[in-house]
Ligand binder design. Structure first.
Ligand SMILES: N[C@@H](CCC(=O)N[C@@H](CS)C(=O)NCC(=O)O)C(=O)O
Length: 232
């Protein structure tokens, strides 16, 4: 609706903020993108997400919604007449999509982060092991949800495509930084092909950050962390 005002508080490096940008992009909704400095959080962020103080926050006509997966579901419901429907309409399929979306953040993302952020080598190795288990499950989820079609959502992009799609730029950056390809063609051929397909869509290309810029950003953060460790 023309009268709707949408403001997104995020950072360009946040996969969670990107998840919301992807949903807005696929829905064809205009919004104001507000780049937050997480080292110096704005009053707008602190007052609109006092519980977590995290991005993303979507402010719709002055009312805030937080947590990326909840925001994407909200966008789909609040703008049901605009653009494609993201969540499956069948209640069972909707429950399954929500199940795998929670799995992406709780297991896949958590273990993948541990595989390179772990404090000790054993922690990293365990993270990698759990990542591979999670990828195997997600490969199966893709097979079941897509039913042989190009996307998790079937013929078109749906909720799970957006939930996993926000990891694509970091997947490319992670490969450049650590040599580990999360959706490898041998281990997960379906996800590997899906990643290329999803990343090539105009609505995705419009918002996915450049992997080389993420690599530069990650190196800068690593240098900052090393400097602060040597000062302590
Ligand atoms: N579960 C949250 C995670 C959001 C999150 O971790 N955001 C990070 C940026 S990637 C953040 O705002 N961190 C600031 C902080 O932890 O203080 C979601 O899905 O939105």
């Amino acid at each position: 609706m023309a009268s709707d005002e949408l403001k997104l508080l995020g950072t360009w490096t946040s996969p969670f903020a990107l998840r919301v940008q992807l949903a807005l992009s696929f829905k064809g909704l205009s919004y104001e993108n507000v780049e937050e400095d997480l080292k110096n959080k704005s009053e707008l962020l602190l007052t609109n997400n006092p519980a977590h103080k995290k991005v993303p926050v979507l402010i719709h006509n002055g009312k805030p919604v937080s947590e990326s997966q909840i925001i994407v579901q909200y966008i789909d419901e609040a703008f049901s007449g605009t653009g494609p429907t993201l969540l499956p309409t069948d209640p069972y399929e909707r429950a399954i999509a929500r199940f795998w979306a929670a799995y992406v953040d709780d297991k896949l993302l958590a273990s993948w982060l541990q595989s390179f952020r772990g404090k000790r080598e054993e922690e990293k190795a365990e993270g990698l092991k759990q990542t591979l288990v999670a990828v195997e499950h997600m490969e199966g989820a893709f097979k079941d949800c897509s039913k042989g079609k190009p996307f998790f959502g079937g013929d078109s992009v749906g909720y799970l495509d957006i939930t996993v799609g926000c990891l694509i730029s970091w997947a490319h950056a992670g490969e450049k930084l650590y040599g580990f390809k999360i959706f490898d063609a041998d281990r997960s051929p379906l996800l590997n092909a899906w990643m290329e397909r999803f990343g090539a869509l105009d609505a995705a290309k419009k918002v996915l950050p450049d992997a080389d810029k993420l690599v530069e950003y990650a190196k800068m953060r690593q240098a900052e962390a090393a400097a602060s460790a040597s000062n302590n």
